[in-house]
Design a protein around this ligand. Structure first.
Ligand SMILES: Nc1ncnc2c1ncn2[C@@H]1O[C@H](COP(=O)(O)OP(=O)(O)OP(=O)(O)O)[C@@H](O)[C@H]1O
Ligand SMILES: [Mg+2]
Length: 152
């Protein structure tokens, strides 16, 4: 397991920005972690690689936010916190986005059986002693993501 420590929101965004260069169309990244863990901050960092940080919102009621990165690449920022289960995800056609761009999904563990067979899980843990520290655990599901995190 690959772990990184972030000491601030800026470091979390920087981590996202650095990893962004490794993502390609069809990649699916699931962000799991408590409320306020830094999932959206990480997505903002990824988007900042394409100078699109200000298009990332905390999608409280939006389940899918498409951010056009360039002529042939979009980032699909999902927040599935409000979905009851996988059926609701299928009802909105969620799985149809996976091969159309880069998918970053907050709370993906709530619709686990609807996730593709291979994806990169990022589990973010808070530190109980310091409110600014986060531990990022990169957990690859499938060979493609094993190789991807080796290149980070
Ligand atoms: N090291 C850190 N990395 C990221 N955020 C941090 C860190 N330290 C403190 N924070 C704070 O934690 C909060 C993270 O908020 P963010 O919206 O990114 O979380 P989230 O995981 O998306 O939450 P939610 O489940 O509500 O969507 C921000 O207020 C940020 O300032
Ligand atoms: Mg969020």
């Amino acid at each position: 397991m690959n772990s990184y420590i972030s000491n601030s929101i800026q470091e979390t965004k920087e981590l996202g920005k650095q990893i962004a260069s490794k993502f390609n169309k069809g990649d699916v990244v699931v962000l799991n972690g408590d409320l306020g863990a830094g999932k959206t901050a990480f997505v903002a960092g990824v988007a900042s690689y394409w100078n699109k940080e200000n298009e990332v919102s905390s999608p409280t009621f939006t389940i899918i936010n498409e951010i056009v990165l360039n002529d042939d690449l979009s980032l699909f920022h999902f927040d599935v916190y409000r979905l009851e289960d996988e059926d609701e995800f299928y009802a909105i056609g969620g799985e149809e986005y996976f091969d159309k761009g880069i998918t970053l999904m907050e709370w993906g563990n709530t619709i686990k059986s609807a996730l593709p067979k291979e994806y990169l899980e990022i589990k973010i843990d808070k530190d109980s002693n310091n409110e600014n520290i986060r531990i990022f655990n990169f957990i690859p599901h499938g060979k493609h993501y094993e190789e991807l995190i080796e290149r980070i």
